[in-house]
Design a binder for this molecule. Structure first.
Ligand code: R5P
Length: 275
C-alpha cells in the first residue's frame, strides 16, 4: 500500500488503538430527509468532535460541514435509487474521483448488492472505484448493502459479500453485525466496520452490538440512526467511543451514557484518539 493510501486510512482507523468510530449521515441519498437528519448541519455539528470520520455525500459535505473542522471524510460516491423507486440495488457511481480529490476526502464509499439483480453492476462499480482509488491514493470502503431485504443479514450471506468486496480490492468493508459475526471477520482479509442498522429498542442494545462486534474482530463502527435518533446523541457517541477505543463493558458504557446525559458537560477539545 502506498504512503498516501496508508496515511488516509490512518486518519480514519486511528493508529493509537487500531480502531475507529465513524458517524454515518449519508442516509438522505436514498431515504430523503430521514427522521432526526432533516437538517443535516444541526444533527452533525454537535457530534463532529466525537467522530473519527464522517460518512456523507458531497451534497451534505458542501452544505452542512464546516471545512475548518478538519474531520476525515468518507465520501459516499454511489447512488441512483430511492426508497420509493423500483429497486434500491440499482446503483451507479454518482460522484467522480476528481470531485473526491477536490473535496480532500480520506476515503470513498459505495454500496455493493451481492446476490441481487444488480450484483454484477455494483461489483464492477467497486472494481472501477478501487482502480481509480489506487491511482490517487484514496482508500475505498465497500458497503455490503441489502436494500429492503434486511432478513439477508446472516453470517453466511455477509461472509460471502464481505469476502467478495475484499477480493475485488476494497481497502475496508462496512457490513452488518449478525450471529456468528466472527465467521464474517475470519473470512474477510480487509478490516471491517459495522453499521448500526435501524434504531434498536434501547441504548443498551446498541452498546451490546458495538461491544460484540469489537470483541469478535471488527475494527470499529460506522453508526448512524442509533446515534442521532437517540434522545441523547452526544452521550451515545461518548459511550460508543469508550467501547471501541477504551474496551469498556456494556455496563460501563451505560454508566458513561448516564453520567454524560445527566451532566451536560461542555465540550471544548476533540477527545484524544485513544478514548
Ligand atoms: C446505508 O446504506 C447507509 O450507508 C448508512 O451509512 C448505514 O446503513 C449506517 O447507518 P446506520 O447505522 O443508521 O445503519
Amino acid at each position: 500500500m502506498d504512503w498516501g493510501m496508508k496515511n488516509r486510512l490512518s486518519r480514519i482507523i486511528k493508529p493509537e488503538t487500531g480502531r475507529t468510530v465513524m458517524l454515518a449521515v449519508d442516509h438522505g441519498y436514498f431515504m430523503g430527509p430521514t427522521h432526526r437528519l432533516e437538517e443535516p448541519r444541526k444533527t452533525i455539528e454537535p457530534l463532529l468532535v466525537y467522530s473519527d470520520a464522517i460518512m456523507c455525500t458531497r451534497g451534505v459535505l458542501r452544505t452542512s460541514i464546516n471545512p475548518g473542522s478538519n474531520v476525515p471524510i468518507v465520501l459516499r460516491v454511489s447512488g441512483g435509487a430511492s426508497i420509493i423507486g423500483d429497486s434500491l440495488t440499482n446503483e451507479a457511481i454518482t460522484t467522480s474521483v476528481r470531485d473526491a480529490v477536490r473535496l480532500n476526502v480520506a476515503a470513498m464509499a459505495l454500496s455493493i448488492f451481492v446476490g441481487s439483480a444488480h450484483e454484477h453492476q455494483t461489483l464492477t462499480n467497486l472494481g472501477r472505484l478501487v482502480n481509480e482509488g489506487e491511482e490517487h491514493g484514496i482508500p475505498v470502503l465497500a458497503v455490503t448493502a441489502v436494500g429492503k431485504e434486511l432478513e439477508k443479514r446472516d453470517a453466511r450471506y455477509l461472509a460471502l459479500a464481505c469476502r467478495v468486496a475484499a477480493e475485488i480490492g476494497a481497502h475496508f468493508v462496512k457490513t452488518y453485525f449478525c450471529n456468528d459475526f466472527g465467521k464474517v471477520v475470519k473470512g474477510c482479509p480487509a478490516p471491517l466496520v459495522v453499521a448500526g442498522g435501524p434504531k434498536l429498542e434501547t441504548e443498551l442494545d446498541a452498546f451490546q452490538l458495538a461491544h460484540d462486534a469489537i470483541q469478535e474482530g471488527a475494527v470499529g463502527v460506522d453508526m448512524g440512526r442509533n446515534i442521532w435518533q437517540s434522545e441523547h446523541p452526544v452521550p451515545m457517541m461518548k459511550a460508543i467511543r469508550e467501547i471501541v477505543h477504551g474496551g469498556v463493558t456494556v455496563r460501563e458504557a451505560q454508566e458513561v451514557y448516564n453520567r454524560s446525559k445527566n451532566t451536560k458537560e461542555q465540550v471544548i477539545l476533540r477527545p484524544t484518539a485513544a478514548r
